[in-house]
Design a protein around this ligand. Sequence first.
Ligand code: CA
Length: 243
Amino acid sequence: MTDARVRLDVGVATARGQRARNEDSVWAADGAYLVADGMGGHEAGELASRTAIEVLRELSEGVLGPDDVRRTVRRAHAAVRALPATTGRRPGTTATGVVLTDHDDTPCWLVLNVGDSRTYRMAGGVLEQVTLDHSEVAELVASGLVPADEASRHPRRNVVTRVLGGGATSVEPDVWLLPVSPGDRMLVCSDGLTDELSDARIQAELRSQDAAQPAADRLVAAALAAGGRDNVTAIVVDATLRR
Ligand code: CA
């Protein structure tokens, strides 16, 4: 939804990187800002991420709560599961992002996640990852078996443990409800960004740009300059509260 009390400035950038195709899909309009990172080879990854976004973009309509998000994510999962397994492997996709909503008459962000794409919030110039990666390496870090500073180089870092589609019959997204604070800058991105750039580097790039579009462009350019080994997508959403 849109909220008369909140003004959003939005920037979107995506690039194929060194990959043959761009399997990331994006929705960034009407209060919903979503990234899906498809997998499955040939055209399956693109189709999976696009199919998920086609369902999830409905989150841009109406005042929503966490249960609406869970229901919509389950429908997106079913839609991706219904795609043909052309390469002997079922197509799948991550999905993450932020939806502007209203809770108890307060503007709020609804953040959702399935997989290892990420949603961050920068407040007061400090960047924090809101979502938790559904990946083998994140689980190894959480259980203390791998030190956090080795996670970005770990050979299992791209093994995703929860996806839309894929082999699982059901999926539950993680959902957070956060009040919008004036000056919030939300970042929604695929792992092609976070595999190339540290959180400190992302924070520095975000601080260097006042407007959302140059900030998104700058992040994607930095990831490409760092190697761009995967598709890179970034949405930057800045919130200003009106009185
Ligand atoms: Ca990716």
